[in-house]
Ligand binder design. Structure first.
Ligand SMILES: Nc1ncnc2c1ncn2[C@@H]1O[C@H](COP(=O)(O)OP(=O)(O)OP(=O)(O)O)[C@@H](O)[C@H]1O
Ligand SMILES: [Mg+2]
Length: 261
């Protein structure tokens, strides 16, 4: 297999048992993620985005098909990948500082290095004055930022993020989107990001996988080849917006245009 491919998903199916009935959640999903790419999975609530990400991370078992990470079938979570869960997954009995240190504990860093490294990311997410607070003492957006800091601090090869900026206000969201791009630009981390925010997907991604629902399926793959950072108010950005709104058959109140991308 082409060794520039990080994740290869081929004819993947997944269903859940609900009240004695089997519900098909993912139907024949096929796509690739190349090394160093940011790929967004974009779709409406309930279309199976989290399920798909959990499968890629090895936290769920598939029914049929295959998911390869670095050419190997995913059967369990890998040390080379980190998952940022939709519900943050913070440990309530640990301070912000100790939550961010969690993923570094078996990394071979000394206590001092670990402290410094974790604090660097805590500072980056703007929580340096909250390092000794516990999760319950933070707002939802702040808790989300701790989870982001913890995931980034591990500096993994593959970062899986489930709506990482969902609880943030616009200012923090834009700021952290830019920070993520800067980090990724330096580290070339492969990122798969779940979102239902069309603008976020366009701003961050090299490729958007648009999912349809009932059952969840890949409706379209859209490559975004423009330079980053992108101009959120620019014409090209608006063209992509229109293209995606059309996929969801939402009226963008703009005149129809032809796409040949
Ligand atoms: N563990 C589970 N057991 C049973 N059904 C599940 C389970 N996890 C997800 N589902 C079902 O699978 C479908 C897809 O759920 P999923 O959480 O993947 O959607 P999503 O696209 O992430 O939605 P959202 O944007 O609201 O987070 C839903 O119908 C949900 O009820
Ligand atoms: Mg979800």
């Amino acid at each position: 297999m082409n060794n520039s491919i990080s994740i290869h998903i081929d004819r993947l199916y997944k269903s859940f048992e609900n009240n004695g009935k089997s519900e098909l959640v993912l139907n024949n999903i096929t796509f690739d993620v190349h090394k160093g790419e940011i790929v967004s999975i974009l779709g409406q609530s309930g279309c199976g985005k989290s399920t798909l990400l959990n499968l890629i991370g090895g936290f769920e078992e598939k029914d049929e098909g295959s998911i390869l990470f670095n050419g190997k079938e995913v059967t369990k979570p890998s040390r080379k990948s980190v998952m940022l869960f939709q519900n943050y997954g913070l440990l309530p009995w640990r301070s912000v500082q100790r939550n961010v240190e969690l993923g570094l504990e078996n990394s071979g860093m000394s206590q001092e290095e670990m402290k410094e490294h974790a604090f660097y990311y805590i500072k980056m997410v703007g929580l340096d004055d909250k390092a000794e607070h516990f999760p319950r003492q933070l707002s939802g957006g702040m808790q989300q930022r701790v989870a982001i800091a913890r995931a980034l601090a591990i500096e993994p090869e593959l970062l899986l993020m489930d709506e990482p900026f969902g609880a943030l206000d616009t200012f923090n969201r834009y700021y952290l989107q830019d920070e993520l791009l800067k980090i990724q630009n330096k580290s070339h981390t492969t990122i798969v990001l779940v979102t239902h925010d069309i603008d976020e997907a366009i701003y961050l991604s090299d490729k958007i996988v648009v999912m349809g629902k009932n059952p969840g399926s890949v409706q379209r793959e859209i490559n975004i080849d423009t330079y980053k950072p992108r101009d959120r108010s620019g014409g090209e950005f608006q063209d992509y917006r229109r293209m995606i709104l059309k996929e969801f058959q939402l009226n963008s109140s703009l005149p129809p245009i032809e796409f040949n991308i």
